[in-house]
Write a protein that binds this ligand. Structure first.
Ligand code: COA
Length: 407
């Protein structure tokens, strides 16, 4: 890598994702936070935590709750600075980005970073609520997020897969793969295998998007403990380092973007992150991609540069067809192989929006330390680099973090 790492990850914790009717936002985030603190190998006192960074999109709306830092202060017994970040589905990766900057700047040595969302309490209304992260013109025209991504998917299929059934199949295969990856993930919302036929038979949500192309409505919380890289070995013999933390932004409205077929914020954040880490895509062994709808995983594979624009679906289809039956199904290309969304991604692990960014870090940390138990991915050699990609809305913001096993 080119510079000093931002931070070391020394502990992680999470709740199960799904319909957690008996939890509230504060209880979930405290559970994940305590789990993360307790997971630190050589022990960590709560008093060592110098600040907390949390991401959540809409707890004010879903649970009529404000000032969550005050609840977390009470539950954790801490009176340290606590910052809460809202960036729609990228809320907790934005919190993480801020925490990385704080540690790298030397302000703090040890911080707790979390993300949470409690969506099911608003069932029926949540789809409208999510539109806070879209342009009001889009909301007033009747769009939902499924509708916005359906616009992207329809345009993609028109431009690149016209009259080609294989393109339609590839965009369904992504859901099949991610459900398959979640079967052995004990925290995942959906642990059932699905078939391409199931996707095409599922309820039409916003043409061409069907229910099984979508991430679900979920509750859940995740937390990670970060420290200054120089002191990491005081807490664990196996720290994982954050060697890139990059953010890029773009228009909130789909209609005013240069193109509906690429997420410019993804392109910018990925290229800056790779440069910062001093690696190329060929070095990346695993990635957590923001698959809120399957088309978005396909766009990620193109916008990050794994496949050329318009050819992602072909690479995806060929890879999934070649590795069908494997425990984890990689995407392959010219001289590279990358496992994407090995715990099921947003599609099957679940998508409590404010928790997703840190959940991606949780997954990579566990996999890189060979602690994923039954769901451990098998890579030739170590998982040296993992890339986490988390976007907000339909692409108004993208955060990309690169984790490394060694620096
Ligand atoms: N994937 C797989 N199964 C799903 C699912 C999903 N995304 N969403 C719901 N289900 C299952 C439910 O578990 C339920 O199964 P059961 O009958 O065995 O209990 C069944 O499908 C019906 O569930 P229900 O809750 O009635 O579905 P719904 O029609 O109200 O909601 C969606 C389905 C797709 C509309 C909803 O999940 C959704 O809006 N997803 C997108 C969320 C979003 O926009 N997030 C932000 C992204 S930017």
């Amino acid at each position: 890598m080119t510079g000093k790492p931002y931070a070391a990850i020394i502990g992680v914790g999470r709740t199960r994702f799904g319909e957690l009717w008996y939890e509230n936002p504060e209880s979930m985030v405290v559970k994940a936070g305590l789990d993360a603190l307790e997971s630190v190998d050589k022990g960590l006192h709560r008093a060592d935590i110098q600040a907390c960074y949390f991401g959540s999109f809409m707890y004010q709306v879903t649970n009529k709750l404000g000032l969550v830092p005050g609840y977390i202060s009470r539950e954790l017994g801490l009176n340290v600075p606590m910052t809460q970040t809202e960036a729609a589905c990228a809320s907790s990766s934005s919190a993480l980005h801020n925490a990385c900057l704080a540690i790298k700047s030397g302000v703090y040595d040890v911080v707790l970073v979390g993300g949470f969302e409690k969506m099911t309490d608003r069932y029926g209304k949540i789809v409208d609520d999510l539109m806070f992260a879209a342009d009001p013109h889009e909301f007033d025209s009747g769009f939902t997020f499924s509708g916005l991504y359906a616009t992207i998917m329809a345009r993609y299929m028109y431009e690149f897969g016209r009259n080609n059934e294989k393109c339609r199949i590839a965009l369904a295969q992504i859901a099949v793969k991610n459900h398959h990856h979640a079967v052995k993930n004990p925290y995942a919302q959906f642990r059932n295998e699905i078939t391409i036929e199931d996707v095409f038979k599922s309820t039409l949500i916003a043409d061409p998007i069907r229910l099984l192309h979508c991430s679900p409505v979920s509750d859940g919380a995740v937390a990670v403990v970060l420290c200054k890289p120089e002191i990491a070995r005081k807490y664990t013999d196996d720290p994982i380092y954050i060697v890139a933390s990059q953010q890029a932004t773009d228009h909130v409205s789909l209609f005013s973007r240069v193109s509906t077929l690429e997420i410019r914020a993804t392109k910018l954040a990925v290229s800056k992150a790779l440069k910062e880490a001093g690696i190329t895509l060929k070095d990346v062994n695993m990635a957590e991609a923001h698959d809120c709808f399957t088309i978005e995983e396909c766009l990620f594979m193109e916008d990050s540069g794994f496949y050329n624009k318009g050819e992602g679906w072909k690479g995806i289809q060929e890879s999934i067809d070649s590795f069908v039956g494997s425990k984890h199904i990689p995407y392959v290309g010219d001289g590279w192989e990358v496992f994407v969304n090995v715990g099921g991604g947003l599609k099957a692990d679940g998508h409590p929006v404010g928790a997703t960014g840190v959940r991606q870090i949780y997954e990579c940390f566990k996999q890189m330390r060979y602690e994923a138990n039954e769901n451990q991915v098998s890579v030739e050699g170590d998982i040296r680099y993992a890339l986490c990609h988390n976007i907000g809305g339909s692409g108004g913001i993208a955060n990309v973090h690169i984790l490394a096993r060694e620096v």
